[in-house]
Design a binder for this molecule. Structure first.
Ligand code: NAD
Length: 266
């Protein structure tokens, strides 16, 4: 199977709608062994939803902004597996006043929280897990994968989260530059809109998601993250051995359109 023998750390499973849940499920179905993490009170939800996976998985507490938490997870990974073949960064957060049409008024404190948690943390997580990633890198390759929402464009209502995503995409390229010598690949997947807790917490989510349902060339389901999970698993597999610093869209082809196409008939 595609991920036979791979040891993966998966952050961000909160409910069974979470994109990370789809990644965890596809990963297990394809032979991977996984460890889940989430932050604070989210851990109890993660533990509950982990029972719905094909193989129930352990869950650790890790605030991605807390280097001691990341170090504790790295140490557990070393004890458990002695290596880490892949890590999924599936984490995003922005205070409400940094989203939803508040671009011109959002205070720096809120912008800073959004950037730290949603972008800078990719660097913190990758460096915090460097020891086990390097071991897998020396033994065939390791992979860091994150999730973005096409940060090349200004979207309605996405505001400072969009700026943080542009940062995440740039950090992906810089990490690819600096970790390539250890055979650690770093890529980001730009997903179309999915109705998760994070998605629904964006005021006006429907203004973006409606456009997808109408226009994506391949059509798009707001409730099925499986295609996103499959791409993340591909990037963590040996089949992606020479791909790094890349942004890959899993959005039904929406990103390829340059004009406001006539909506299809319902
Ligand atoms: P989600 O709410 O299920 O997942 C977000 C996760 O981030 C949660 O598990 C939450 O606990 C975690 N998190 C927040 N702050 C954290 C911290 N300090 N430390 C550790 N974990 C923290 O929503 P989701 O939509 O599955 O989001 C996952 C990723 O996918 C995010 O990066 C999001 O921006 C991205 N994404 C989502 C969509 C969408 O439409 N839902 C589209 C493209 C990209």
């Amino acid at each position: 199977m595609l991920l036979d023998g791979k040891k993966l750390l998966i952050t961000g499973v909160l409910t069974d709608d979470s994109i990370a849940f789809a990644v965890a499920k596809v990963a297990q179905e394809n032979g991977a062994e996984i460890l889940l993490t989430n932050v604070g009170r989210g851990v109890r939800l993660t533990e509950k939803v982990a029972r719905k996976l094909p193989t129930p998985s352990d869950v650790m507490q890790m605030d991605v902004n807390n280097s001691d938490d990341v170090a504790a997870v790295a140490s557990e990974v070393m004890d458990r597996w002695g290596r880490l073949d892949g890590v999924l960064h599936s984490i995003g957060f922005a205070p409400q006043d940094a989203l939803g049409g508040n671009f011109l008024t959002a205070p720096w404190e809120s912008v800073a929280v959004a950037f730290q948690t949603s972008a800078y943390s990719l660097k913190g997580l990758s460096v915090g897990l460097l020891e086990p990633l390097k071991i897998a890198g020396a033994d065939g390759g390791a992979s860091v994968v994150s999730l973005t929402f096409d940060g090349r464009f200004a979207w309605p209502i996405y505001d400072w989260m969009g700026v943080a995503k542009a940062g995440l995409e740039s950090i992906t390229r810089y990490l690819a530059r600096d970790l390539g010598e250890h055979a650690i690949r770093v890529n980001t997947v730009s997903a179309g809109p999915i109705r998760t807790l994070a998605g629904k917490s964006i005021p006006g989510f429907d203004t973006i998601s409606g456009a997808w349902s109408q226009r994506a060339p391949l059509t798009w389901s707001l409730t099925d993250a499986t295609p996103v999970g499959q791409m993340c698993c591909f990037l963590m597999s040996d089949w992606a051995s020479m791909t790094t610093g890349e942004l890959i869209h899993v959005d039904g082809g929406y990103h390829a359109l340059g004009a406001d196409f006539k909506p299809r008939e319902e």
